[in-house]
Design a protein around this ligand. Structure first.
Ligand SMILES: Nc1ncnc2c1ncn2[C@@H]1O[C@H](COP(=O)(O)OP(=O)(O)OP(=O)(O)O)[C@@H](O)[C@H]1O
Ligand SMILES: [Mg+2]
Length: 395
C-alpha cells in the first residue's frame, strides 16, 4: 500500500470534535492555515482568472478565511481565570466534593469553543513546563485533559463508555466494571481536567434523572479531577434541581426566580455561571463587541478592504445582523471574505454582508429588528407629518 501523503494540504483541513485522546492531541497541536502571502495587487489583477496560480492563491485564502482567528474575548479570558483557579485549588485537594463549574448559555454563544480553547491552552502550558511528562516513550500515557461531547439522551453508562473510549480502555462489561476501569485510567493518566460539553443531553428524565445526577456526583467525588460542564438551560435542568421546575421560570434583569425542588448533590458541587450573547447595553459592552470585530477584521487577507471599516462603521449593523452571537459574527465575516474574493470586490462591504443569508435563527432575529426599526421610523414620520403644520403655523 502506498504510504500516506506527507503533504498535510491533502488531509481534511477542518477539525472534527475530539472523541479520543489522539483526537485531542491533534487539536492541541493544530495550527490553523497560515495567512497566505499576497503578491502585489497589480500582479494579482493581471493574472488570468483561470490562471492556476491565481486559483491556488484564492484557494489558500479561502482556507485561511474559513478558519479565521478565534478571539480571546473577555468571556474567554474570564472563564480561563476561573478554570485555572479551580484547577489549582483542586489539584491536591482531598477526595470528596471538589468544586466544578457549569457554564450555562443559549445556543451558539461559543461555549464549546471556549472550553476547548481553555483546555488546549492548559495542556500547552503543561507541555512547556513539564516536557518529561510528554516524553516520546510516554506517548499517550499522560492525558491531562479529557474532553467529552455528550450526545442526545446520554445515560450514565454511556458517559463512562465515552471516557473509556477516549482513554483507550475496554468498553465491554457492566457499568460498574467500566466505571472502575475509567477511574483507574483517569488516575494513571494523571487527568486533571474533565470537560463535559453539552451536559443538557444528560438523560435527566424521571427514570434516569437520579442515576445521572448520582453519576456526575460519583465522578466528581472519585476522579481526582476538576469537572467543567457546558450546556443550555442548565439552571432549569434536573441536574441542579431535583424534580425540575414546577411551573414556568420567570426572569427579569434583576430578579431570578429559583427553580423549585430541593437542590441536588450536583448543585452542591458545581458553581454555575452564564455565558450570554454580546449586548450593547453600556459603554463597556459596546467596547467589548467592537474589540472582537476588530480582532477578526485585522485578520482578513483582502486587497481592498478598508482598514477598520467593520469596526468603526458597521459594529451596530453587525450586532443587529448576528444578534450579538459570536458564531453569527464569525460566520458572517468568513462568508463575506470568501464572497469578496470570489466576486473580486476584495473588500467586505455592507452590500456583501447584506447579500449573505445567515442561519435561520439569525435571519429571524434580524427580521424582527428591521421590522421594529421600520415601525419606529414610520411612527416618527407620521408624528412629524402631523406636527409639521402646527410647527410652521399653517394649521
Ligand atoms: N472565541 C471565539 N472567537 C471567534 N469565533 C468563535 C469564538 N467562539 C465561537 N466562535 C464561533 O462560533 C461558532 C459556534 O461556537 P460554539 O460551537 O462554541 O457555540 P456553542 O455555544 O457551543 O453552541 P451550541 O450551544 O449550539 O453547542 C464556532 O464554530 C466559531 O465559528
Ligand atoms: Mg456547543
Amino acid at each position: 500500500m502506498a504510504p500516506p501523503p506527507e503533504d498535510s494540504e491533502c488531509l481534511h483541513p477542518g477539525l472534527a470534535e475530539p472523541r479520543t485522546k489522539e483526537d485531542w492531541f491533534a487539536y492541541v497541536f493544530y495550527e490553523p492555515p497560515p495567512r497566505p502571502h499576497l503578491p502585489p495587487y497589480d500582479v494579482y489583477v493581471a493574472m488570468d482568472t483561470n490562471d492556476a496560480e491565481r486559483r491556488r492563491l484564492n484557494r489558500s485564502r479561502n482556507r485561511y478565511h474559513s478558519a479565521l482567528v478565534l478571539a480571546w474575548t473577555p468571556a474567554v479570558q474570564h472563564f480561563e481565570t476561573e478554570i485555572t483557579e479551580l484547577l489549582a485549588a483542586n489539584e491536591m485537594a482531598p477526595p470528596g466534593a471538589r468544586l466544578g463549574l457549569l457554564i450555562d448559555g443559549p445556543p451558539t454563544v461559543g461555549k464549546s469553543t471556549l472550553v476547548k480553547m481553555i483546555g488546549r491552552k492548559f495542556e500547552q502550558d503543561l507541555r512547556e513546563d513539564f516536557p518529561e511528562r510528554f516524553a516520546p516513550e510516554r506517548l499517550g500515557a499522560y492525558v491531562p485533559v479529557v474532553y467529552v461531547s455528550l450526545t442526545d439522551q446520554v445515560t450514565p453508562k454511556q458517559i463512562s463508555i465515552a471516557i473509556a473510549r477516549y482513554l483507550n480502555v475496554p468498553t465491554s462489561g457492566t457499568k460498574d466494571t467500566i466505571d472502575d476501569r475509567v477511574l483507574t485510567a483517569l488516575t494513571a493518566c494523571g487527568t486533571q481536567l474533565i470537560i463535559f460539553d453539552d451536559l443538557h443531553f444528560l438523560d435527566c428524565s424521571l427514570k434516569e434523572g437520579r442515576a445521572s445526577n448520582d453519576h456526575i456526583k460519583f465522578l466528581a467525588n472519585h476522579a481526582p479531577c476538576t469537572i467543567i460542564g457546558t450546556g443550555v438551560d442548565l439552571e432549569d435542568s434536573p441536574l441542579l434541581s431535583e424534580g425540575g421546575p414546577t411551573g414556568p421560570v420567570k426572569r427579569n434583569a434583576s430578579v431570578k426566580t429559583p427553580t423549585s425542588g430541593p437542590r441536588t448533590q450536583t448543585a452542591g458541587r458545581f458553581s454555575r455561571q452564564e455565558l450570554t450573547a454580546f449586548a450593547l447595553d453600556g459603554e463597556r459592552s459596546i467596547l467589548e463587541w467592537i474589540g472582537v470585530i476588530s480582532s477578526l477584521e485585522k485578520a482578513l487577507a483582502l486587497y481592498r478592504h478598508e482598514a477598520e471599516s467593520l469596526t468603526r462603521q458597521h459594529w451596530r449593523y453587525l450586532h443587529e445582523r448576528t444578534n450579538g452571537s459570536i458564531a453569527g459574527l464569525h460566520a458572517l465575516i468568513r462568508r463575506s471574505a470568501v464572497r469578496a474574493v470570489q466576486q473580486g470586490t476584495e473588500a467586505i462591504t455592507r452590500e456583501i454582508m447584506d447579500s449573505i443569508v445567515m442561519s435561520y435563527a439569525h435571519e429571524r432575529a434580524y427580521a424582527k429588528v428591521t421590522e421594529l426599526k421600520s415601525r419606529t421610523s414610520t411612527k416618527g414620520t407620521t408624528k412629524q407629518t402631523k406636527q409639521r403644520p402646527a410647527a410652521d403655523g399653517s394649521a
